[in-house]
Design a protein around this ligand. Structure first.
Ligand SMILES: *Cc1c(COP(=O)(O)O)cnc(C)c1O
Length: 397
């Protein structure tokens, strides 16, 4: 059994805070502080440029990639890290489209995150070959897959509602129609067991600052299925994806495998912090994590529905149809969330009316979840949220 008291001790959790926003920005792993200090002072500070070799900076993107691979069911050597998720979406989609040159539809859904759709729009326009991004309701995706579709590009867990797509079933359907898949695992990696190999996902991407606790702006990851890795065309032909970056050849030759999805100089400080953050997963069984996540989210829903008639569940009721977050709607979601945060319960809101709560067993207990629900009930019953300062919007929601 995974020892969640032991994993909780690995995080810096501020006094008086119940943190239900680890789905958006995970908390600071204590080990990350020491690691950052070491990289800054001992590696960069003392070793200077020699650290690229001495401190193994050159292999860090692949080593961190291998640790993430284990969490998403990918073989070692099939994941690399760096850049932001928006860039990894761009690269994965471009590579998938290049493998289906005769087809013109990118199929996605209205539950996808805006940046994924913006990137798809911009990429398809730039390619200028009559491509179309078709966006349907999540429930319509399976039926919309036909032999005009080049790529099915989906986020497995809906950022607003937590609705979970069946990655294996939709991928099988896409393959049967001759299409490829790009799966965005932003809200799944570290949230639930994933097996990209069993699901036969062609490309998978994700960020690491949410459930993986890599810190604000932490590097993203990309997985390319081994069958495509040596033929996928890198649209961003940067020198770090070259077969021999330090040969300084005039022409681009892609590195073998997923390494070709690297672009420029890796963010060593950020990758080191992420590497330290991933220590927290060393003794975590993903099936235990899922069971604990469901226990926490079910308890929250039960308490909120019993004591907060003012809000409506916006997530699937079946825990197996959700990721690791629960959303409720309220007409004044923004002000309600500000009032909650003022009482130490941190979640977030998604426009227009969604109160969103993430459940992260690595550091969250069932008592905290029950307390958070009780505080929400109090704020709603007393109308505490309806004060002018709680209605004032900040830049980040
Ligand atoms: C969080 C998230 C992003 C964020 O992309 P960045 O480039 O890291 O800012 C993209 N897509 C999805 C599905 C997300 O949940």
């Amino acid at each position: 059994m995974t020892d969640f008291a032991a994993t909780r001790a690995l995080f810096h959790l501020p006094e008086g805070v119940i943190y239900l926003d680890g789905n958006s920005l995970g908390p600071l792993p204590v080990a990350a502080e020491a690691r950052a200090a070491q990289v800054l002072r001992k590696e960069w500070g003392d070793r200077l440029i020699r650290a690229w070799n001495d401190a193994d900076w050159t292999t860090l993107p692949a080593r961190v990639g291998d640790r993430i691979a284990r969490l998403i069911g990918a073989p070692a050597g099939s994941v690399t890290t760096g850049d932001t998720l928006s860039i990894k979406v761009f690269q994965a989609l471009a590579a998938a489209l290049a493998l289906r040159p005769e087809r013109r539809i990118v199929l996605s859904d209205t539950g996808n995150f805006p940046t994924d759709l913006y990137i798809a729009d911009a990429l398809t326009q730039a390619l200028n070959r009559n491509l179309e991004v078709k966006v349907v309701a999540p429930e319509q995706v399976a039926n919309a897959i036909d032999d005009s579709v080049a790529v099915v590009m989906l986020t497995q867990v809906d950022y607003r509602t937590g609705r979970l797509h069946d990655m294996a079933a939709l991928t099988a359907r896409a393959h049967a129609a001759g299409a490829l898949t790009v799966w965005d695992l932003a809200h799944s990696a570290g949230a639930l067991p994933i097996d990209v190999t069993a699901a036969r996902a062609d490309f998978a991407v994700g960020c690491t600052y949410k459930y993986l606790n890599g810190g604000p702006g932490a590097p993203a990851f990309i997985h390319v299925a081994p069958e495509h890795a040596d033929v996928a065309q890198p649209i961003l032909a940067g020198w770090f994806g070259h077969d021999a970056p330090f040969a300084f050849e005039r022409g681009y030759r892609p590195a073998p495998g997923v390494e070709r999805m690297r672009v420029g100089t890796p963010p060593i400080v950020a990758l080191s912090i992420l590497d330290a953050a991933l220590d927290a997963w060393d003794h975590v069984d993903m099936a235990d994590l899922r069971a604990a996540s469901i226990r926490l989210s079910e308890r929250f829903i039960r308490e909120v529905e019993a004591h907060c008639p003012q809000v409506t569940l916006a997530s699937p009721r079946d825990p197996h149809a959700r990721g690791s977050q629960v959303s409720f709607t309220h007409p004044h979601a923004y002000a309600v969330m500000q009032a909650l945060i003022a009482r130490g319960v941190i979640g977030d809101v998604r426009a227009p009316d969604v109160l969103r709560f993430g459940f992260t067993p690595l550091y969250l207990t069932e008592d905290e979840v029950a307390q958070a629900a009780a505080i929400l009930a109090d704020i709603l019953a007393t109308g505490e949220w309806d004060q002018p300062h709680f209605h004032q919007r900040a830049n980040v929601t």
